[in-house]
Write a protein that binds this ligand. Structure first.
Ligand SMILES: Nc1nc2c(ncn2[C@@H]2O[C@H](COP(=O)(O)OP(=O)(O)OP(=O)(O)O)[C@@H](O)[C@H]2O)c(=O)[nH]1
Ligand SMILES: [Mg+2]
Length: 317
């Protein structure tokens, strides 16, 4: 995270695992109010789609800052995360969501509920598909649940030939949504055009958040996410889904973060030979924190937490 310094330190939020949508700052200062008496415009944009299509990468790209973790494993995002784009004349609150998928566990079911709850009551829904994968049943399932004025985004155009982009756009046109944008969240190609379109769709409204606020993600939650991101990068198969992380103590510069796994046999993989995996994870996370952070990682077994409603409640899902 390039702007990790922006993270305030020292005050841990009460519930590290559940980022709340903050109440709109009704009387937030309107820095740089638009000139010429144009009314201020603002609104909410949800980004939805199947897992792994690049929703979080797009959010980070739009904001020019990492506010959501990213990985090549599906179901990386587990909470709704807000990112705020503020300009002199407009503010857009983007809502990143978990990938909508066929759930195999109670956790999966809750992720889907979280994602789908971000569809109603927003100004625009961005529905993302992946240019590198044929449009499938999962995409169509999501498509049926987005409003007709949703914007379709074909992402990862950097990874395919132009013909494939055209084929994907043609396939997507059958969904009869309002607009179609080919983009690469990775390189930024096409993202400017998408954002300008979203800006044009924003209604008159207040500046919901102070102009310097980029996300509602609490610091302790963010550190736990960074730990999970590094673990996602080094684990395979079922293990990524079995991992949950949470910060249990925050006495700056001391941060204690628990890594929960579902079975005793998974503990060793996460720790690594002589602690090598944990050491590497700790190092990579510290690089993204303000200097001086002392990150204390602990691995614990929370048996089958993904499948136990009480454990899911406790973990803030
Ligand atoms: N080539 C290419 N890869 C991309 C692009 N956008 C995202 N990716 C990769 O796709 C993978 C998934 O990205 P995420 O942003 O985590 O996807 P997501 O849709 O948020 O996934 P979930 O949170 O699991 O629903 C990562 O490996 C990204 O680096 C892109 O424009 N081009
Ligand atoms: Mg994501």
């Amino acid at each position: 995270m390039s702007d990790a310094d922006d993270l305030q330190t020292g005050d841990a939020p009460d519930d590290a695992d559940a980022p709340e949508r903050e109440a709109p700052a009704e009387d937030a200062p309107r820095d740089g109010a638009p000139e010429g008496g144009q009314p201020y415009r603002s609104g909410f944009v949800s980004i939805v789609g199947r897992p792994n299509v690049g929703k979080s990468t797009l959010l980070n790209r739009i904001l020019g800052r990492k506010v959501a973790i990213v990985s090549d494993k599906p179901q990386t995002t587990r909470h709704r995360i807000q990112g705020v784009l503020t300009r002199p004349d407009v503010q857009i609150v983007f809502v990143d969501t978990p990938g909508i998928h066929k759930p195999r566990t109670p956790l999966g079911e809750r992720l889907n509920v979280t994602a789908q709850s971000a569809i109603p009551d927003v100004d625009v829904v961005v529905f993302m598909i992946d240019a590198t994968q044929p449009m499938g049943r999962g995409d169509r399932w999501v498509a049926e649940r987005v409003p007709k004025d949703a914007v379709l985004v074909v992402n990862k155009i950097d990874a395919v030939k132009p013909e494939q982009v055209l084929r994907q756009l043609a396939a997507a046109a059958e969904l009869e949504l309002s607009e179609y944008f080919p983009v690469s969240a990775k390189t930024g190609e096409g993202v400017g055009e998408l954002v300008e379109h979203l800006v044009s769709r924003m209604p008159e409204g207040p500046q919901y958040f102070p102009p310097d606020m980029v996300t509602d993600v609490p610091e302790a939650f963010w550190v736990a996410e960074l730990v999970r991101e590094q673990l996602l990068a080094v684990t395979r198969e079922e293990l990524p889904h079995s991992i949950a992380t949470r910060v249990t103590e925050w006495e700056w510069p001391y941060i204690r973060c628990e890594i929960l796994v579902e079975r005793e046999s998974q503990k060793g993989i996460v720790i690594g030979r002589k602690g090598s995996v944990l050491k590497q994870v700790g190092m990579r996370v510290r690089e993204q924190l303000p200097p001086g952070a002392y990150l204390d990682l602990h691995v614990k077994v929370d048996k089958d937490w993904q499948r136990r409603p009480a454990a899911l409640d406790r973990l803030g899902f």
